[in-house]
Design a protein around this ligand. Structure first.
Ligand SMILES: NC(=O)c1ccc[n+]([C@@H]2O[C@H](COP(=O)([O-])OP(=O)(O)OC[C@H]3O[C@@H](n4cnc5c(N)ncnc54)[C@H](OP(=O)(O)O)[C@@H]3O)[C@@H](O)[C@H]2O)c1
Length: 274
């Protein structure tokens, strides 16, 4: 199957779907990542905070697919914010993954009370200049956070990875990302698997002859967003990957976007995790 690619503001690109790895441990990640790569996934999402970078790196190595054909993303955790701290954290991430370079490196949360995310962003710019990271981005950033790092460095993040699913469709933040040329990646894209029985989803699945999870992931794709569903199960990994052979109708997308609900995770203006 051919997976479309999404172009970033730095001229690089990412495959239109990735594999999430939280909350896998090292052993689970090794097996799940190797399996996903064999299925066809070429983008793997991890983070220092997940404690599974060693396992993710092993999965990449054991997949049998050349490293340069795979894109690996990780994130700086809150306790490593700051310029020198981020450079040191990157070295540990790189060593744990067993990789020479990372394809994408993100600031995990802005932690505005700490007020160190600009310093971390400067470190990411340096890592990109040094060729150790191909693309740099952020996660859980509001438009204000995006504008501040851009104003202070002249470098706009390539990616903003945010919580998004049918009951939290993030229309405003998606628009703000797009206006700035920032690609939206969606985490918790399946609503942790809890949103798959909504009639808008189930009825679309029946019409298109696909599963509810495929409908939800296709909804992300048709909204121009890059989802990173997590599954440790090869059958579900395959299902989640196989979303490029049907088209939701416009009204189906709108009906799914209109499902009521709210975020499951933290509010970027106040959430603190280190
Ligand atoms: N940047 C951030 O702050 C942040 C925050 C949260 C998450 N993330 C990233 O985003 C990734 C995905 O988010 P998430 O794990 O919160 O939620 P998710 O991907 O929406 O849901 C994962 C859950 O859904 C189940 N599932 C997967 N495919 C399914 C299918 N086809 N049918 C039914 N159930 C299915 C999984 O179980 P099985 O494994 O058993 O299939 C798992 O329990 C994470 O793994 C992580 O990499 C980032």
């Amino acid at each position: 199957m051919t997976v479309p690619r999404l172009t970033l503001n730095d001229g690089r690109s990412l495959p239109a779907i990735g594999l999430g790895t939280y909350p896998m441990d090292d052993d689970e990640a090794t097996v799940a990542v190797a399996e996903a790569i064999r299925i066809g996934y070429r983008l793997i999402d991890t983070a220092a905070k997940y404690g599974n970078e060693v396992g993710v790196g092993r999965g990449v190595a054991e997949s049998g697919v050349p490293r340069e054909e795979i894109q690996v993303a990780s994130k700086v955790r809150g306790s490593d914010q700051g310029y020198d701290e981020t450079l040191r954290a990157f070295e540990k991430t790189r060593a744990d993954l067993g990789l020479e370079y990372l394809d994408l490196y993100l600031i995990h949360w802005p932690l505005p009370r700490l007020d160190r995310y600009v310093e971390s962003w400067k470190a990411l710019v340096r890592l990109r200049e040094d060729g150790l990271v191909r693309s740099i981005g952020v996660s859980n950033f509001t438009p204000d956070h995006l504008d501040r790092v851009t104003a202070e460095t002249g470098v706009t993040p390539a990616v903003n990875q945010i919580e998004m699913h049918p009951v939290f469709p993030q229309e405003a933040l998606r628009g703000a990302n797009a206006e700035r040329g920032v690609l939206t990646q969606s985490y918790t894209p399946l609503g942790r698997g809890r949103l798959l029985d909504a009639p808008a989803v189930v009825e679309a699945a029946g019409f298109h002859g696909v599963t509810p999870a495929q409908v939800v992931l296709r909804w992300h794709h048709q909204l121009g967003v890059l989802p990173i569903p997590k599954s440790s199960d090869p059958a579900r990994q395959r299902e989640n990957f196989d979303i490029f052979r049907f088209n939701l109708r416009e009204w189906e997308i709108e009906r799914i976007s209109a499902l009521a609900g709210s975020r499951y995770g933290g509010d970027p203006d106040t959430h603190e995790e280190f």
